[in-house]
Design a protein around this ligand. Structure first.
Ligand SMILES: *[C@@H]1O[C@H](CO)[C@@H](O)[C@H](O)[C@H]1NC(C)=O
Length: 250
């Protein structure tokens, strides 16, 4: 092969590679789902409308996830999966409103480690992490304090980082602070938590009678100082996941 031939082959190879990496959006009208992702922008997609391929934007802050997937029809939070991996980028700039960096998303609270905002079309709803959990910016959900940078300690344990704290009106459950981290604890059978001495004692106490031998089937939930707002939107699921995690840990 001459140098010239070799160069020609190389050029042909390079241009075909360049062509392949520029990619071609599949015609959505030729696919079964009639929706395809854009090849460059993760917040855009193509849909077949009356036989024509039309480009659409995901709601601000969301990226294309696939037909019938995500928190809206087809679009999802970018951090929920690898929807937006290099070299794909989000092209639409954020549209911010009060508490929301984007119109849709989950965002940290400005002043509290136990609160966060869920934003839906720019409307922010304040959410509360319960059960000693703190909002984790990276996970976009409530998490154990040791996993949350800058918010390791819980205000519950401010008074005494290694003390016990009553849990609402519960007679047998309480918080045990360990180095500022609260842990849910239960008094041994037949003992009750005494709010004066902050210990498990033999009943009765002022608030608690002798417990029944069979514990009630429904567990009393940890009582946050403010009731959590449970939105019907994606947070319901996260809330339940947190509840499940909490139950596992205790
Ligand atoms: C989002 O809010 C804007 C105005 O605040 C409204 O015009 C629009 O219809 C809303 N979109 C959705 C999908 O709710």
């Amino acid at each position: 092969m001459t140098t010239k031939q070799c160069r020609a082959i190389l050029i042909a190879l390079i241009s075909s590679l360049a062509f392949a990496s520029c990619g071609q959006v599949d015609d959505p009208c030729k696919t079964k789902s009639r929706v395809v992702a854009d090849d460059k922008y993760c917040d855009k997609y193509w849909e077949c409308d009356n036989g024509q391929s039309v480009q659409y934007d995901c709601p601000n802050g969301l990226v294309f996830a696939g037909k019938h997937r995500g928190v809206t029809d087809g679009c999802d939070y970018p951090w929920r999966s690898n929807y937006c991996e290099y070299p794909k980028v989000q092209i639409n700039p954020p549209i911010g409103t009060e508490h929301c960096d984007w119109l849709y998303g989950i965002f940290g609270h400005e002043t509290s480690c136990t609160r966060y905002w869920t934003c839906w079309n720019g409307t922010a709803t304040e959410q509360l992490c319960i059960g000693g959990l703190l909002y984790n910016e990276n996970a976009h959900s409530c998490d154990w304090p040791e996993n949350v940078d800058g918010c390791q300690k819980h205000p519950l344990c401010n008074e005494d980082p290694n003390g016990n704290v009553p849990l609402g009106k519960s007679c047998n459950r309480y918080w045990q602070c360990q180095g500022g981290y609260p842990r849910l604890q239960r008094c041994p059978a037949m003992l009750v938590f005494d709010r004066r001495s902050l210990r498990c004692v033999v009943p009765p106490t002022e608030e608690c009678d002798v417990p029944t031998t069979t514990p009630p089937p429904i567990e009393e939930e940890p009582q946050p100082r403010h009731p959590p707002h449970i939105s019907k939107r994606p947070n319901q699921q996260e809330y339940q996941e947190n509840q499940a995690r909490l139950k596992q840990r205790n």
